[in-house]
Design a protein around this ligand. Structure first.
Ligand code: PMT
Length: 221
């Protein structure tokens, strides 16, 4: 056991994809494996935080020392996050589906000869924005992620401002980077007053460095 600078702090972490049902057998999803978010939960727990990890469907084992809430949809993820408050810090690493099917069918959609069904989509709640704008229940430090496929720093900085979080961890998820599902990540940590570009490292190392930065922020208070 090393130093426990986050002892007494509650950290809320989201990880993994969400699954948005189309009918009882089909869903909309994305390529998030949960590796990055789960590693962050584990790293915060190692620094002494009480961690609530709200995870979408993944193959990752529950990280040691964390309370894990398993959810499927964005709406369930938001409800679990709100139920976990208050928290001192929130880190939103989940790849939440921006849209869900507006009217989930309660029976399997059939090939009935009338051609493919048209799926009308509706917007999901934004968990990061909701936590960032939660008034008196807002965690003191809210950290988002930004998954971009070009102009990473510019889009991520705009996302930080728009959603109202304190820091945003920007990563490039273009095909060939391996960011989704891979074991390494190349990130930029963007704050209100500037940004740092970290070298490529394992997702565990990104998590450890982010957890240290979070601990440093609380020590400074
Ligand atoms: O899971 P891995 O395979 O290890 O991959 C890691 C990762 C690529 C998923 C991760 O590093 C990452 O970038 N996570 C954020 C993915 C994402 O959906 O980014 P975004 O730019 O679409 O969303 C911006 C932020 O808003 C994120 O903090 C996201 O969690 C949050 N969000 C988005 C939509 C929504 N409805 N609710 C949210 O909270």
């Amino acid at each position: 056991e090393g130093p426990q600078p986050l002892a007494g702090r509650h950290a809320l972490v989201t990880s993994g994809p969400t699954h948005e049902p189309i009918d009882p057998v089909r869903y909309i999803a994305n390529r998030s494996s949960g590796k990055q978010g789960h590693a962050i939960a584990a790293a915060l727990a190692r620094l002494g935080a009480a961690v609530t990890l709200v995870s979408g469907p993944t193959r990752q084992p529950d990280p040691a020392g964390c309370r894990v809430v398993h959810v499927e949809t964005a709406r369930e993820m938001l409800a679990a996050c709100e139920a976990a408050l208050p928290a001192d810090v929130a880190v939103c690493a989940a790849a939440v589906a921006d849209w869900r099917v507006a009217a989930e069918a309660d029976r399997k959609l059939k090939k009935d000869g009338s051609g493919p069904p048209a799926l009308a989509l509706t917007e999901n709640p934004d968990i990061l924005a909701t936590l960032s704008q939660a008034g008196p229940r807002r965690p003191a430090l809210v950290v988002g992620f930004a998954a971009e496929t070009g102009d990473v720093l510019a889009y991520a900085a705009a996302k930080r401002a728009r959603k109202g979080c304190d820091w945003i961890v920007a990563n490039d998820v273009s095909p060939g980077t391996g960011t989704f599902g891979g074991s390494d990540n190349t990130v930029h940590l963007i704050r209100a007053d500037g940004s740092d570009s970290w070298p490529t490292m394992s997702k565990e190392a990104v998590a450890a460095r982010l957890a240290e930065a979070i601990a440093g922020q609380f020590e400074r208070r």
